[in-house]
Design a binder for this molecule. Structure first.
Ligand SMILES: Nc1ncnc2c1ncn2[C@@H]1O[C@H](COP(=O)(O)OP(=O)(O)O)[C@@H](O)[C@H]1O
Ligand SMILES: [Mg+2]
Length: 273
């Protein structure tokens, strides 16, 4: 049992602490009494089925939605976010799923989008140097910072979006499905990147549907179900435990299929329905 394993408590500072956060949209309760802690140097994966409230929680933390009730503590201080700029100013950065990059602009312009140095006489040299520095810190493989985004691969785009989010030196970074659109090699690159961000001492919240990716980088796995907390798990939790927490049932199509494939008797072909 996963619970029997002794867990080393996270050693980093408690960066974020949510207590009893609720978010109601009209008649829909998207979040109910959600608690979440994230420490410096920790990757917390946020998982849950469609409609579980993951994106809503990210938007609350990004200052896009005001919570209906509940408290948020950031680096030891109670905070309320009036808008996305408040979140950024506090040190909460978000890489949204659509990345929001400008295809026709180059890497430097995208990293500095909206934060241009001396906007009336752009300091291109300083921006280019800072871009390289950010990408180097991530050991990111980008051929040239003067390439337009349109010519980059999915993994490279994710890299640029992550580098951009680090520009204002955040303490917490949230990534919404960072590997969803990527192939195997690019996924591995982005997971490496996430580890480097963690190793810089940031708290990381990663939303993902992919349990393999979650297990590969998460220190803890927080499950949301129907807008509520439904358990904290660890990378060594079984698939069945995780799937049960996510779906709310121990007997379901995913776990039955998993068991069937693990049965030592018979061949794969015989076991297929
Ligand atoms: N802006 C909104 N207005 C009304 N309902 C919303 C809004 N955003 C999300 N919801 C509802 O809140 C619930 C949680 O959605 P969401 O946070 O997008 O889940 P997830 O990202 O886990 O798939 C869903 O029932 C969704 O329909
Ligand atoms: Mg979502």
């Amino acid at each position: 049992m996963a619970d029997a394993v002794e867990r080393k408590p996270p050693s980093g500072e408690l960066v974020l602490s949510l207590r009893k956060v609720c978010k109601v949209f009209g008649a829909v309760s998207a979040l109910t009494d959600v608690d979440l802690d994230v420490h410096a140097g920790e990757v917390v994966a946020l998982v849950g089925d469609n409609g579980a409230g993951k994106s809503t929680l990210v938007k609350v933390l990004a200052g896009v939605h005001a919570p209906t009730s509940g408290t948020m503590t950031f680096r030891g201080k109670p905070v309320t976010l009036a808008g996305p700029n408040d979140a950024l100013a506090l040190g909460i950065a978000t890489v949204f799923q659509d990345l929001a990059l400008c295809e026709n602009l180059d890497v430097v312009a995208n990293i500095f989008l909206g934060e241009e140095l001396n906007p009336y006489a752009l300091d291109e040299v300083a921006m280019e140097i800072r871009s390289w520095k950010l990408l180097n810190e991530l050991s990111a493989r980008i051929p040239s910072v003067r390439e337009p985004i349109a010519s980059l691969s999915g993994g490279q785009r994710q890299t640029v979006a992550i580098a951009r989010s680090l520009l204002l030196d955040p303490k917490l970074i949230m990534l919404d499905e960072p590997t969803a659109a990527l192939g195997v090699a690019q996924t591995a690159e982005v997971l490496n990147l996430i580890e480097r961000v963690r190793d810089k001492g940031l708290g990381v919240i990663m939303i993902s549907h992919n349990m393999e990716d979650v297990r590969a980088v998460a220190d803890r796995i927080a499950v949301l179900r129907l807008g509520r907390n439904n358990g904290i798990f660890y990378p060594d939790s079984s698939n069945q435990e995780l799937v049960s927490a996510i779906t709310g049932a121990s007997d379901n199509a995913v776990s039955r299929r998993h068991e069937r494939r693990q049965t030592p008797h018979g061949t794969e072909a015989e076991m297929r329905p």
